[in-house]
Write a protein that binds this ligand. Structure first.
Ligand code: CP3
Length: 367
């Protein structure tokens, strides 16, 4: 049904199969730092019109691939399309980020909230299929969703937040209400991701952008538990190929073992976690994705290459590493800079793949 995949090193690295060089993509690789993106957004009218029209979503998904030698494409959409489909009325106010017309604050609000079905997000499914065809097998297509906790922060706060006072207030004073909300979100997200997989997504990533604002015990109960529920319901093989799952909790470096135990193929790391240490802790169970500080892209070529080399050295020899930024690329980055990073990853990582090592113990026995 879809054209044959020509570059599969991203999928191979996630499944810890040998690769020739470390694959690389960047979170938020399609976005405002690219003048061609800003042009498309102006033509479409606004950001949501880009997301809701499959021709536009496809156009902007492919833009970074035209500029850079990336090993994966990521669906152009937003995590907040799911609460929008649940009737919350998503809109964007310039300079203020996302907002909802309706917020969730009470047991009655949660009770009245419908579960979203993939069919309620038909425009996303259509975009996935359109992009997959347009990619013509060049690189794999990543689908994604927000984690239940991260989506709930926007739904309860009504937009972005610094202190999370409404949702944390709910968590401590009405935990049952929050659990009911998170359960509805977990069911919705599972169907949404499975819908994307059936529509053509070849890997999926769960963005838990705000899990790291929780204490350890609260993270386990209110974020990780619902990601586990999703993990248990995801399609893991489709049309004869494995569908790797990447779990990314920003600022979740303390909980890698707990995350790995829920069964993802890979964990995303932000730059506050040391790559070598992460590999020593969970590298036998999962692949690792990350984790250069996105601000490195404000520096020149030499510094970018030095920092890329440091992350590659941190991971060390063998497969199981997907290079990425530790979080999304910033809108003020000069679009010339990512090229230095991406080319450096491909060049400098080759020696790490010349011999395949099964694990770090094997490495210790090699001169
Ligand atoms: O990675 C990609 O290229 C795919 C596209 C993508 C977007 N949002 C496009 C976008 C992805 C994967 C997301 C995920 C997303 N959206 C997250 C999780 C990842 C993360 O960054 O932590 C979150 C928390 C959101 C919610 C959201 N959407 C916010 C907070 C904002 C405003 C950001 C800001 O700096 O103003 C958005 C808008 C958004 N999503 C833009 C893009 C390109 C900018 C919109 C514009 O063009 O003005």
């Amino acid at each position: 049904m879809f054209p044959e995949l020509k570059n599969d090193r991203f999928l191979r690295a996630l499944l810890k199969q040998p690769v020739d060089t470390t694959p690389v993509w960047m979170m938020r690789q399609a976005g405002r730092y690219l003048p061609e993106y800003r042009q498309s957004r102006a033509t479409a009218g606004d950001f949501l019109s880009l997301c809701k029209n499959d021709a536009f979503a496809c156009e902007v998904t492919l833009q970074p691939l035209e500029r850079y030698d990336l090993d994966a494409a990521i669906l152009f959409s937003d995590i907040l399309t799911v609460p929008d489909a649940m009737g919350l009325g998503l809109y964007f106010e310039t300079g203020e980020g996302p907002k909802f017309k309706h917020v969730i604050r009470s047991a009655a609000d949660v009770e009245a909230l419908p579960i979203a079905k993939a069919s309620d997000l038909d425009y996303v499914m259509k975009a996935v299929t359109t992009i997959r065809h347009a990619l013509n097998g060049r690189v794999p297509l990543i689908g994604f969703s927000g984690s239940p906790w991260t989506l709930a922060t926007y739904m309860v706060e009504g937009g972005s937040s610094k202190d999370f006072r409404h949702i944390k207030g709910m968590m401590y004073s009405q935990p049952d209400v929050l659990h009911a909300l998170l359960n509805k979100l977990a069911i919705s997200v599972t169907d949404y991701l499975n819908g994307q997989i059936k529509a053509g997504a070849q890997a999926v990533q769960i963005f838990d952008t705000w899990g790291g604002v929780l204490s350890g015990p609260m993270y386990q109960q209110f974020s990780l538990m619902y990601m586990r529920q999703i993990m248990d319901g995801l399609i893991r093989e489709h049309e004869g190929r494995k569908i790797p799952v990447i779990m990314f909790t920003k600022n979740g470096g303390q909980w890698l073992e707990n995350m790995a135990a829920t069964g993802p193929d890979a964990l995303g790391l932000d730059w506050t976690t040391d790559m070598a240490e992460a590999r020593a802790r969970v590298g036998d169970k999962v692949a690792l994705q990350g984790n250069i500080d996105p601000c490195v892209l404000y520096a020149g070529k030499d510094v970018i290459e030095r920092e890329v080399a440091a992350v590659l050295e941190g991971f060390g020899h063998g497969t199981g590493h997907v290079f990425n930024l530790g979080h999304g690329i910033h809108q003020f980055v000069d679009p010339e800079r990512p090229k230095y990073l991406i080319d450096a990853v491909h060049e400098l990582s080759r020696p790490y793949h010349e011999t395949q090592y099964d694990d770090l113990d094997a490495l210790n026995g090699v001169e």
